[in-house]
Design a protein around this ligand. Structure first.
Ligand SMILES: Nc1nc2c(ncn2[C@@H]2O[C@H](COP(=O)(O)OP(=O)(O)OP(=O)(O)O)[C@@H](O)[C@H]2O)c(=O)[nH]1
Ligand SMILES: [Mg+2]
Length: 294
């Protein structure tokens, strides 16, 4: 007896077909005309539609491009494994790199254990430097698209596809997931909300296009943006300034609605004091960017 039973194409099966021990008529199975007929029917009528019935996460559009998910992570041991598992489930064709920004907890080990590539900063360098490390990696490995997904579980991986699609179709150089386009029920604190409204109006006025969520880090960048970000990326709290820099360089920016959760674990770095510093720092940085020639 064979341990795994009998395979359809095995020698046994072929012998049986020849000898007719399967009980089926030999003439039916061997008829080349009928075989060609089935093949013709399959490739003419059934195969052209097969992509419609594929599961969402195996859509050819996502598989045609080299896609990298960049996860910036600083002390995110509570959530990193779950975030990686969820990305794998929803975008199995993507590669994942975790940029561990000098975490003092088990973030790096857990990320490696979940199968992601892990790049570690020796010291905490901040989110700007963390993202730039990710973009440098994307560029060096020739990725077509890079998507930033936070390590704290705020960015839903099932919505990565809607960020990536316009970039793949050549409709935008960067696509930002916006919490304020009618999806989800994200409610920031009053102080944060004031800052968000202020920056959204400022950036919209500068780039002459409505941007509703300038602080969202849930974004997909195409090849040209990857190239640019690998050589220049703002420091602290970089998301707002990055949009102004991209606009200055002539890149096209698009927003799509997304829903975002609250942090699923760990600790937010944004205290009320830091929010004030953030506002002033980003404002000054944008003014300097606008004054600079290049
Ligand atoms: N805070 C902070 N986050 C970093 C740093 N380096 C990398 N990160 C990662 O950058 C991502 C965004 O940081 P968050 O602290 O979540 O910032 P946020 O989403 O604006 O703030 P919350 O809404 O409070 O979560 C997370 O995945 C962090 O782990 C760093 O130096 N400080
Ligand atoms: Mg967060």
């Amino acid at each position: 007896m064979r341990p795994f039973g009998r395979m359809a194409g095995s020698e046994d099966a072929r012998v049986e077909r020849r000898t007719g021990r399967t009980g089926r008529s030999e003439r039916n199975l061997e008829s080349p005309l009928r075989h060609h007929f089935y093949v013709y029917i399959f490739y003419t009528f059934i195969n052209p539609f097969h992509t419609l019935f594929q599961p969402r996460n195996q859509r050819p559009l996502l598989m045609k491009h080299k896609l990298l998910i960049i996860i910036p992570a600083f002390n995110e041991e509570a959530t990193i494994s779950g975030v990686i598992a969820s990305i794998r489930r929803h975008v199995p064709s993507a590669d994942i790199v975790v940029v561990n920004d000098g975490s003092r907890d088990r973030t790096a080990g857990l990320a490696a254990g979940s199968g992601a590539v892990v790049l570690s900063h020796l010291y905490n360098l901040g989110i700007g430097a963390t993202m730039q490390t990710g973009y440098k990696y994307a560029r060096s490995k020739g990725y077509d698209i890079a998507v930033q997904v936070d390590a704290d579980g705020q960015h839903p991986p099932e919505q990565i596809e809607r960020l990536v699609k316009p970039v793949m179709e050549g409709r935008a150089d960067i696509v930002v997931g916006s919490r304020f386009m009618g999806e989800g029920d994200y409610k920031p604190s009053i102080a944060r909300s004031a800052g968000m409204v202020f920056f959204s109006q400022l950036v919209s006025a500068i780039i002459k296009e409505k941007i509703t969520d300038t602080t969202s880090g849930f974004r997909a960048s195409g090849k040209r943006c990857i190239e640019y970000f690998s050589s220049r990326y703002p420091d602290d709290y970089p998301e707002v300034e990055a949009l102004v820099l991209l606009h200055k360089k002539g890149f096209s920016i698009m927003e799509v609605p997304v829903s975002m959760a609250e942090r699923a674990g760990g600790k937010s770095s944004i205290t009320p004091m830091k929010s004030v510093y953030y506002m002033v720092k980003v404002l000054l940085a944008i003014l300097v960017d606008l004054m600079k020639k290049n």
